[in-house]
Design a protein around this ligand. Structure first.
Ligand SMILES: *[C@@H]1O[C@H](CO)[C@@H](O)[C@H](O)[C@H]1NC(C)=O
Ligand SMILES: *[C@@H]1O[C@H](CO)[C@@H](O)[C@H](O)[C@H]1NC(C)=O
Ligand SMILES: *[C@@H]1O[C@H](CO)[C@@H](O)[C@H](O)[C@H]1NC(C)=O
Length: 302
């Protein structure tokens, strides 16, 4: 029972020494460092009591001093995806050894951010398409947010905080869209943003894709679909405007209940004439996606 308690005490004691920074008497300045790939990094390790050996254990820039109470870890151009460096001290008095691990974040903006569509040619309104944004060679991906924009408005964002690699990776995000007429001529783009925290670079590093132009095929549409009626005196000029929008651009046909046949109206969106007789004129705008008709009723002026 006694031994047990003692052992327990011992374990707790050892834990305490290893975990608590204070009792370690080592301080890293700064304790977290965010470095861009290829940039310089300098961190000081300072001991708060006399030390026999003070050093940095690291795959690059390892160093140590004897009897000095400070030692610098310095790399002129950090281009290695190394483990976090550790500062260690060997002291004259207990606790005789301890260490502190540096919180090192080496980051790299993506080489490219590109956007693509799982389809070639024009989109058709009402159908579903997949946009894919691909990010090449980014690190650390857990700090990445991919933002999707429709025009200037953010419509979706994708985080990768559940991933763990610290070395550069390729990631992608997809967005499903069902374009409508309102999407014709709209641009989509995506932006990769690395938010590395308050000690990271400000503004946050961002890379934006080329915009993807959306072209949507849609059936003819009148700005006002309501039938129109006009009163005309004999010989008065009338303008019947059947202009519709559509993609591909609509073609037009006209028909009438008036007694005189229409002449030369083939594919005219606007009919302007002084010889229109009373009656109903029907115009049809068509393209490969459909057709829409509009009626103009001409009455004799009383
Ligand atoms: C594109 O993706 C959408 C949604 O996943 C799918 O419905 C459509 O069939 C895909 N089109 C092509 C050409 O792969
Ligand atoms: C992602 O979008 C949601 C809503 O769409 C928003 O609440 C959130 O703040 C965004 N996240 C980031 C990191 O911007
Ligand atoms: C016909 O209407 C369209 C819009 O619906 C307009 O842009 C065009 O100028 C009009 N044309 C004439 C000749 O009035």
């Amino acid at each position: 029972m006694e031994r047990n308690t003692l052992g327990c005490f011992f374990v707790v004691c050892i834990f305490y020494t290893a975990l608590a920074g204070d009792s370690c008497s080592l301080e890293l300045r700064p304790s977290r460092v965010v470095v861009a790939f290829g940039e310089t990094v300098t961190v000081s390790c300072v001991a708060s009591r006399p030390v026999r050996v003070l050093g940095w254990e690291s795959a690059v820039g390892a160093t140590h001093t004897l009897n000095d109470q400070a030692v610098q870890w310095k790399v002129d151009s950090l281009i290695d995806w190394i483990e976090e460096p550790i500062c260690y001290g060997v002291f004259f008095t207990a606790p005789r050894q301890c260490e502190e691990k540096l919180n090192l974040v080496l980051y790299k903006s993506p080489d490219t951010v590109s956007i693509s569509l799982n389809h070639t040619g024009t989109m058709v309104e009402g159908k579903e398409y997949q946009l894919v944004c691909e990010v090449q060679n980014i690190a650390p991906v857990q700090y990445l947010t991919l933002r999707w924009y429709r025009g200037e408005r953010e419509v979706y964002n994708h985080s990768f905080s559940d991933l763990t690699p610290t070395t550069p990776v390729q990631v992608s995000s997809s967005l499903l869209i069902t374009p409508s007429v309102a999407d014709h001529g709209v641009q989509y783009k995506c932006m990769a943003e690395l938010d590395l925290g308050i000690d990271g670079p400000q503004p946050t590093p961002r890379v934006t894709s080329q915009p993807l132009d959306i072209a949507v095929q849609y059936a003819p549409l009148f700005s006002s679909a309501a039938d129109e009626s006009l009163e005309l005196s004999k010989g008065e000029e009338a303008t019947l405007n059947c202009t519709a929008t559509g993609n591909p651009p609509p073609t037009y046909t006209w028909s009438t209940t008036a007694l005189l046949p229409l002449e030369k109206t083939e594919d005219l969106p606007v009919l302007t004439s002084t010889s229109l007789r009373p009656g109903t004129y029907t115009c049809t705008a068509s393209n490969i996606l459909g057709k829409r008709s509009k009626q103009f009723v001409i009455k004799p002026r009383a």
